[in-house]
Design a protein around this ligand. Structure first.
Ligand SMILES: Nc1nc2c(c(=O)[nH]1)N[C@H]1C(S)=C(S)[C@@H](COP(=O)(O)O)O[C@H]1N2
Ligand SMILES: [Mo]
Length: 220
């Protein structure tokens, strides 16, 4: 009887150890906790401070002259001044940043105007399938309309309760959390809806057109 129970226990322990071994093989980043592992895309590392990355030009934007224009294949093209933009319905979301240069920053609370709100106002035509962002520093980047329309995408004016500073693309920048951060245009000036895709600044210089961090769509 004792040896019978003993053998069952041995079997149970062996089965558990096998399961643990298999689980270990499934983990790309075994040193992180479960939560961190599921949040961190492959090849990324966590940073605590928010780095600044751009072309080296920080446009000086006078609030009186700032405009955000939405045009192209839309029923109702719009151009908002700063007070008009502030009067649009405001939303906030919490999201992680993943930069192609391998840093990830967790938990930014972004506030601004949801892309859903913009879509409701401008009403893209059925032929519209792509979105091109143009910025005040000359930068451009492109996304499919489906990415632009994601629930957590927004034109952000504040992060963690503070206005976004000029170095990070203030007064208003794009934030599309599901894509590498180069798709999130700082100092956004114009949003154009189109039937055809038009690769942007980094996309024509070897960056991947799609930029999904979970698929490691970094270059090429
Ligand atoms: N207008 C503009 N937007 C831009 C860039 C830029 O050079 N100009 N750089 C992109 C890149 S490569 C990254 S990684 C992020 C960096 O944003 P951050 O400086 O706020 O961290 O902005 C993106 N948006
Ligand atoms: Mo970047």
């Amino acid at each position: 009887m004792v040896t019978f129970i003993g053998r069952i226990k041995d079997k149970l322990i062996a089965a558990r150890e096998k399961k643990a071994r298999e689980n270990r093989l499934l983990c790309a980043t075994p040193l992180l906790g479960d939560n961190a592992r599921n949040r961190l895309p492959p090849g990324q590392r966590i940073v605590e401070k928010w780095p600044v990355l751009d072309l080296g030009i920080t446009p000086k934007l006078d609030p009186g002259e700032w405009r955000l224009t939405v045009d192209g294949l839309v029923e109702n093209p719009c151009a908002w001044s700063w007070p008009e933009f502030g009067a649009l319905r405001q939303s906030s979301i919490t999201a992680d940043i993943h930069c192609v240069t391998t840093w990830s920053l967790y938990d930014s609370l972004w506030a601004g105007v949801s892309t859903k709100t913009i879509l409701d106002l401008v009403r893209p035509k059925p032929e519209a399938r792509f979105v091109l962002f143009r910025s005040y520093d000359g930068y451009t980047t492109n996304v499919p309309l489906s990415r632009f329309a994601e629930d957590d995408a927004l034109i952000a004016t504040a992060r963690n309760g503070e206005a976004i500073g000029p170095e990070h693309g203030g007064p208003a920048r794009v934030v599309i959390p599901s894509l590498y951060f180069w798709k999130s245009a700082k100092w956004v000036r114009r949003i154009t809806f189109a039937a055809e895709d038009a690769p942007g600044y980094w996309e024509v210089r070897g960056y991947h057109n799609d930029a999904d961090p979970w698929q490691e769509e970094r270059y090429g």
